[in-house]
Design a protein. Structure first.
Length: 74
């Protein structure tokens, strides 16, 4: 899959994942919602680390600058 998440988008996702992990860890969210919060935090973290968002791919959206290291232009 092609990377489609830019630098600032990744930073925002990391901050959101940290916040969700904190909320879940201190049990702010009750019951089954706590499990859903853990899962959401994990998904956001994985998309931030890998730089790939399946939802962005399905919508045809790309938040990268296209001048990031590793880009290959033809």
């Amino acid at each position: 899959m092609k990377k489609n998440v830019g630098f600032f988008d990744r930073v925002i996702r990391l901050v959101i994942a940290a916040g969700l992990f904190a909320l879940a860890a201190i049990h702010v969210v009750p019951g089954y919602w706590n499990i859903i919060t853990w899962c959401a935090a994990g998904i956001v973290l994985v998309t931030a680390v890998l730089g790939i968002c399946p939802l962005y791919g399905a919508c045809g959206f790309d938040s990268r600058n296209h001048k990031e290291p590793g880009d290959v232009y033809k």
